[in-house]
Design a protein around this ligand. Structure first.
Ligand SMILES: *Cc1c(COP(=O)(O)O)cnc(C)c1O
Length: 367
């Protein structure tokens, strides 16, 4: 059997992307991530649900940001920029740094001090970005990098850069290609709201090309302590354990509201408690380790289901297919994981002690 060479999202979806024959394609073979059926989450919701998880933690830098970055950095390269710059809660900087390294561009990242998960910081540093921490939050960082990009020949690669959105929309193409149609619902976490904008754009384009027979209903979830879209006003001091969505004034606020309204969907919030519950659940029951922000997509489903939100859809469709974006890998934030799950204590280096500690049943010993 000949295995087709995978060449990244730009080559796969070239005709849907703003690239030409002369665009230098900067790729780490992002995309093509698995869409994993989740028996546990499906069952937890009820017998009429089929839930699929789009595991974006399996991208080259372990988050969906790579889909947008391959396009943004390729375009920056084509347009002869000297460097790329971004504000970041972590994953954008990790991705920008890696793609800039690949493209031989300089990369500057501005981060809120003390608010970046360790794995993400390690990535930006290892990929040789110039990391500047500010005594402020993400929204301050974004304001500053926006200004810098207007005054210097440095390309902004936050999701307000339309090339990011273009690249990220390929995730909905992949989902539709695998399922053979759009899901009834698509759920994802919302931070700066670029991704919900991108997915909705992707689904709409596929619909206009008749690749899918209907559009999904978009469900977006913010963390309660940083839920400006839900509350209707910016948060000065956004708070949540899910650092990737700790954003008080989303850049794509309007577009997210459009996606919600046009699709007849919902943007709601989930508590940190609900986020952590699903964070643990996916790891221990499904074998999928994500970062806390990612689990907001699934936590939101559980919340809506409890409120009876899906009932009328089940009446109408019988069975409903839901896809959830799991935006980033759990290894990004190992400190949180060991804080939430108590590491086991140390025992004497004997068989006895290890058998006891690991709770192996003594009666099962082979005679
Ligand atoms: C960036 C990011 C988000 C939020 O995406 P937006 O496009 O900012 O809404 C969610 N989860 C993870 C892991 C991220 O890196």
């Amino acid at each position: 059997m000949k295995i087709e060479n995978y060449r990244g999202v730009i080559e796969r979806y070239r005709k849907f992307l703003p690239v030409s024959k002369t665009t230098p394609v900067v790729t780490l073979l992002e995309g093509n991530t698995p869409l994993i059926f989740s028996p546990k989450i499906s069952r937890l919701l009820g017998s009429k649900f089929r839930v699929y998880l789009k595991y974006e933690g399996l991208n080259p830098t372990s988050s969906f940001k790579d889909r947008g970055m391959t396009v943004a950095v390729s375009k920056a390269k084509e347009e002869k920029q000297y460097a790329v710059i971004c504000a970041s809660t972590g994953n954008t900087s990790a991705s920008a740094a890696a793609y800039a390294a690949r493209a031989n561009l300089k990369c500057i990242v501005v981060i809120p001090q003390g608010a970046i998960a360790l794995g993400k910081l390690a990535q930006a540093l290892m990929h040789n970005a110039r990391v500047v921490a500010i005594d402020g939050n993400f929204d301050d960082a974004l304001r500053i990098v926006r200004e810098i990009s207007l005054r210097f020949p440095v390309r902004l690669v936050n999701s307000i850069n339309p090339h990011r959105i273009e690249g990220q929309k390929t995730a909905s193409f992949e989902i539709a290609d695998v399922l053979g149609d759009a899901p009834v619902f698509h759920s994802l976490p919302v931070g700066n709201a670029g991704n919900i904008t991108a997915y909705w754009k992707g689904y709409k384009e596929y619909y206009s090309f008749k690749k899918i027979s209907h559009l999904p209903v978009m469900l977006g979830f913010q963390a309660k302590g940083s839920s400006p879209i839900v509350q209707g006003y910016p948060f000065k001091r956004p708070k949540t354990v899910a650092t990737a969505i700790r954003i008080g004034n989303p850049a794509s606020w309007k577009k997210a509201v459009e996606a919600r309204n046009e699709s007849g969907g919902i943007i709601d919030s989930v508590t940190d408690r609900e986020i952590i519950y699903v964070y643990k659940l996916l790891a221990k029951e499904e074998g999928i380790f994500v970062e806390p922000a990612s689990s907001a997509s699934v936590a939101g489903l559980l919340k809506l289901n409890k409120q009876g939100y899906f009932d009328r859809f089940i009446k109408r469709f019988g069975e409903i297919t839901i896809t959830c974006t799991l935006t980033g890998h759990g290894l990004k934030d190992p400190e949180l994981a060991v804080k939430k799950i108590k590491p086991p204590g140390v025992v004497k280096p004997t068989l006895e002690a290890v058998v006891k500690k690991s709770r192996i049943n003594r009666e099962d010993a082979v005679p």
